[in-house]
Design a binder for this molecule. Structure first.
Ligand SMILES: Cc1cc2nc3c(=O)[nH]c(=O)nc-3n(C[C@H](O)[C@H](O)[C@H](O)COP(=O)(O)OP(=O)(O)OC[C@H]3O[C@@H](n4cnc5c(N)ncnc54)[C@H](O)[C@@H]3O)c2cc1C
Length: 379
């Protein structure tokens, strides 16, 4: 088993780190303060092919392997969590399922603009009464000739405020005893699709997470992704891959916490010495470094299985569960190392603390990841 990065992966990391440090540090602060999404920065990242990470070049993507894709998301998130979220969702649960389940016509029409970053994508599963239990969703799609008519309410749509293409999960035979789920590709400008205002988030601020309402939204039947009734299978399989993106995002935030804490601990003096000389601070740093490395290995192993086409549902849930908990713990320790300054906006650790928390919630809470893992280990 090879867990060391290849030469190409090392170059991808160096390039992504340089770009993120030079171009995203200011963006991260601005997004957090203003709550606004910088479209110009997104366009710039599209120029680097960061919106089509695993999509083959024939559809306009970068054609990267899953480990390289995780490295890019990790490095962007290390500097700017909100942009890391944009990339993780766009790549992992919007563009990739169109590549995996779409037909050639759908790939030409929707995948190319997604992979090139001309349009930003969303994944709309969650509803007011359907969170962890995705099977209880209430949005309906009713067939009308060559169209489906969609009605319902989606909430917490990452990238929603700036999206051009949305994957909408629905029940396609409302009223019948056995529920059947389908997914539709719906353009933002289609009549009947209405976006609500962005949420005022605790962290990841600047990512326009918003509700999307569907009021008699007519969608051509050719825009159905996969076959009728395949929606839940597509959602679950997509989330397995998407969790690698959230694990990578968590890892980037955790690494940012460690890097900021190492710097601060060497600079800050108390009792006539750097606080990094104290055993208690060293224990924090040692635990953070060890857990981050363990999270990285879990992530790369799961991504490696995905590269080889081997089943990786359990491994991606483990990577997401562990990395998100490591990020929250690293942020907590990081604030502690910064003392009172950690509780102010003078240092970025305060933002990392707020950004980290949601990694334990979206694309399946930690409790849901444990259910997925337990189901697999009990098999
Ligand atoms: C910033 C942000 C961005 C998001 N982006 C998206 C997106 O792009 N697309 C999308 O579809 N959704 C998105 N979500 C929604 C997110 O995936 C859900 O919030 C998450 O799945 C949990 O659902 P819920 O909030 O309804 O919580 P609930 O399901 O109501 O859960 C509440 C609590 O109960 C626990 N719980 C629930 N069921 C069980 C169980 N069986 N066993 C043990 N504990 C359980 C949960 O773990 C949690 O602690 C986003 C959310 C946020 C905050």
């Amino acid at each position: 088993m090879h867990l060391e990065p290849t030469m190409k992966q090392a170059v991808i990391r160096r390039t992504a780190r340089k770009y993120a440090e030079e171009r995203l540090a200011g963006t991260a602060v601005d997004m957090d303060v203003t709550g606004e999404f910088p479209m110009d920065v997104a366009r710039e990242m599209a120029g680097l092919n960061y919106f089509g990470l695993e999509i083959p070049s024939k559809y306009g993507g970068a054609g990267l392997d899953p480990v390289s894709s995780a490295i890019v998301i990790e490095e962007v998130s290390r500097v700017c969590g909100a942009m890391g979220l944009c990339l993780a969702v766009h790549n992992g649960v919007s563009a990739f399922p169109v590549y995996q389940f779409g037909n050639e016509e759908q790939k030409r029409e929707f995948l190319v603009p997604l992979a090139t970053g001309e349009k930003i994508g969303t994944f709309c599963l969650t509803e007011p009464n359907a969170g962890s239990d995705a099977s209880s969703l209430e949005t309906v799609a009713v067939r009308d000739g060559n169209h489906f008519i969609l009605n319902g309410n989606k909430i917490f749509v990452t990238n929603g405020g700036v999206s051009g293409i949305n994957l909408i999960f629905c029940i396609d035979n409302p009223g019948e005893e056995k529920k059947r789920f389908s997914v539709f590709i719906v353009e933002s400008e289609r009549d009947g699709l209405e976006k609500g205002p962005s949420e005022d988030l605790m962290g990841m601020r600047g990512n326009p997470v918003c509700p999307i309402a569907l009021n008699n939204c007519r969608v051509p039947m050719e825009h159905q992704l996969g076959k009728e009734g395949e929606g839940l299978r597509i959602a679950l399989s997509t989330l397995s891959g998407g969790r690698l993106g959230i694990a990578a995002q968590s890892l980037g935030i955790a690494q940012a916490c460690l890097d900021a804490s190492l710097k601060y601990a060497k600079e800050r003096h108390q009792f006539g010495q750097a606080i990094s000389d104290f055993g208690a601070i060293q224990a924090f740093l040692a635990n953070m470094a060890t857990r981050i490395e363990a999270a990285r290995l879990l992530l790369y192993r799961a991504a490696g299985l995905r590269s080889r086409g081997v089943e990786y549902t359990k491994e991606s849930a483990m990577a997401k569960l562990y990395a998100s908990e490591v990020a929250v713990e690293a942020a907590r320790c990081g604030v502690q190392i910064h003392g009172g300054y950690g509780f102010t906006k003078a240092y970025p650790i305060e933002r990392y603390y707020r950004d980290a928390k949601v990694c334990e919630i979206y694309e399946g809470t930690s409790e849901v990841q444990r259910l997925v893992i337990a189901r697999n280990v009990l098999k």
